[in-house]
Design a protein around this ligand. Structure first.
Ligand code: NAD
Length: 355
């Protein structure tokens, strides 16, 4: 029987509660699909600082690199906000992504029919939206040199190399092959030299994927089109800063932050995590929505382990739970039949899979 080694990083706040539910669901799907998980826990964030004095112990990096995938909850909380910058939980997370070389951030934005009223847009605009934003994560203007500021001037540099654009483009095209086979590459090639290179290189790479249709769109138009007609998009391929902005815009089409998963992947390893933070305001109360984390576990099965059937089972179980009206408190006002705790939602999803 196949055994997958998963590093679990529960983190802070609601992190442990939501990861426990994802594990419950993973175990249910493993027993149905004839494979097995072995889990190894590692520390990161405030808890890691409290235990070891470092928000990212070296052991967490080595455990992660020695596993098949990493499932991560969330880090941070007010009790660590006054620490020096390098000791703060968020610094640990940024360093973690860099150390693991996870250069591609995948953020799906899927509108569930059952929660169509949770979006601020009209139902007819968002019904059926299923977008995957593929964002370059460790290059571009957030990392480019030179950068600096004086009293009267501040500057950053948007730099992309051919190699960086090639590898993120391959990610986008490979993902599109498993979806609706359309990539829309986002740039500002009418103004920026770096975007002209981006457009040329993406076009070159697309020649290796004749089954995928490539289009290009300027970033300002993309921001408009996302609210005007979001269904036109399948995979959106972006650089770092454009993706940062557009993926937040796309995710808000869906209503609740408690539903949205993500993956950060590189050549060595992938990290699968909800898009939300550690929600200190509701931590320890058993009311957090675990669906974003369970959907992240599904992405892990699909993209890291190639267990497509198992991933489909989880996604279908999430849809069933929502269609039957089971909701955590964050979604209680949207056609809830029953308001459930974090662990009840996890158990209902696991039960659907087992049945
Ligand atoms: P947050 O995402 O933690 O919370 C924002 C709001 O959404 C809160 O009202 C929270 O209760 C609610 N919420 C979030 N997840 C939820 C869930 N699963 N179910 C129900 N409600 C949910 O963002 P924040 O309040 O700005 O940040 C809190 C802490 O998290 C900070 O320390 C921040 O630095 C950290 N953070 C961590 C990550 C990460 O670990 N990747 C990401 C963002 C923020």
């Amino acid at each position: 029987m196949k055994n997958y080694k998963i590093t679990l990083i529960k983190g802070d706040g609601i992190g442990p509660e939501i990861i426990d539910e994802a594990v419950k669901v993973l175990d249910a799907v493993a027993s149905c699909c004839n494979f097995h998980f072995s889990y190894d826990e590692a520390l990161m964030g405030g808890i890691a600082y409290d235990v070891t004095g470092d928000p990212l112990p070296q052991e967490t990096i080595s455990k992660s690199l020695n596993s098949d995938a990493v499932l991560f909850g969330a880090i941070g909380g007010p009790q660590w906000d006054d620490l020096p910058r390098e000791k703060r939980p968020e610094s640990g997370l940024l360093r973690f992504r860099k150390e693991l070389g996870v250069y591609a951030n995948l953020r799906p934005a899927v509108v569930y029919d059952e929660l169509i009223n949770a979006s601020s847009l009209k139902p007819e605009i968002i019904k059926g939206v299923d977008i995957m934003v593929v964002r370059e994560l460790i290059g571009g203007i957030y990392f480019g040199e030179p950068k600096g500021r004086t009293e009267d001037k501040g500057w950053n540099t948007m730099v992309y190399t051919r190699e960086e654009i090639v590898r993120i483009s391959h990610q986008a095209f490979r993902i599109a092959q498993k979806r609706d086979k359309r990539v829309c590459s986002i740039d500002k090639a009418n103004v920026l030299d770096v975007s002209q290179l981006w457009r040329d290189v993406v076009t070159e790479v697309s020649a290796e994927y004749p089954d995928v249709v490539l289009t290009h769109m300027y970033v300002d138009n993309a921001a408009m089109q996302l609210v005007l007609n979001p269904k036109q998009f399948d995979v959106m391929l972006t650089g770092n800063i454009f993706g940062d902005i557009l993926s937040d815009e796309a995710s808000m089409l869906c209503g609740s932050i408690g539903l949205l998963p993500s993956a950060s992947v590189g050549e060595k390893i992938g990290v699968y995590e909800p898009i939300h933070g550690s929600a200190p305001d509701i931590a320890g109360q058993g009311i957090a929505n675990p669906i974003a984390t369970i959907a992240s576990a599904s992405m892990m099965l699909r993209y890291a382990l190639g267990e497509i059937e198992a991933a489909d089972k989880i996604d279908n179980a999430i849809k069933k739970v929502l269609s039957e009206g089971y909701r955590t408190g964050d979604l209680a006002q949207f056609d809830a039949k029953e308001v459930c705790s974090t662990s009840e939602i996890g158990s209902i999803i696991a039960n659907y899979i087992e049945r």
